[in-house]
Design a protein around this ligand. Sequence first.
Ligand code: XMP
Length: 315
Amino acid sequence: DWTPASFIESTVAMLKEKIGNDKVVLALSGGVDSTVAAVLLNKAIGRNLVCIFVDNGLLRKNEFENVLKNYEHMGLNVLGIDAKDKFYKALAGVTEPEKKRKIIGKGFIEVFDEEARKLKDIKWLAQGTIYPDVIESLSITGMVIKSHHNVGGLPQKMNLKLVEPLRLLFKDEVRRVGRELKITEDLIGRHPFPGPGLGVRILGDITPEKVRVLQEADHIFIQGLIDTGLYKEVWQAGAILLPVQSVGVMGDERTYENAVALRAVLSTDGMTADWAKLPYDFLGKVSNDIINKVRGVNRVVYDISSKPPATIEWE
Ligand code: XMP
């Protein structure tokens, strides 16, 4: 019978056996999967695991600082790398979604590769890949719907062996394992967040200013969900900055500013999803807060599309 405890026991034993005294590098994302993978490895091989956490400039508001602190408290060996400028430079003027994904994915690998090379004697690359990532990345119909950059690994030239302890698990199983490992609810209960981050939630080209605007709007939405207890009722939620300006009125002045879409969905694996029927009062309050507090936004809409035929992300 599968239980989190038996999974942990057998996986830690397997990792010890497989890795021995080798050194392992792992990319932490702040998400549940990579965190659970890191804690499992840490349990198996201790300080021989080195984690790298990259700020690509497309994380949520204060995410880099908060998560880094959290990891350090958990006793993980973490290197935090600020690479914001590199990503903003590479993304300037790029509007096509898959192109943005490729640039962000490539930038990430470059940063990770550069940092991993500075470490000595690394033999393994660990990843928090879970079963749905594996499936969605397989090209069954000969067509890749969206390229998920956390699958596929590091360039061959680094000559690392790959270890993916969560490869056979679904998200709910990963969370159960995480709770059993005593990872805080704060981290375990986190919604999934795409590797390319806010980069696929800013439709059109990305600028640091747009990132700032979206971070503020997203923060109001997410904090509102947390404060009202709705956060754990939904699978995933976030704000999307639309490349649409519309007319508004503020005091007695006419405004012409951006629209933000809010998206919240119910799902069990991300492969299908229903839009979340959030209370009107809640949506009204979040909308008011965003429009009043976030400079550059004068209209908020709520996305009521389900997957399929829509996807969870807008890009
Ligand atoms: P879609 O938009 O395809 O998203 O319905 C399904 C789930 O996958 C996440 N997602 C990504 N995750 N890299 C990732 O690591 C990506 O490029 C990517 N695109 C979408 C999305 O947030 C949702 O949880």
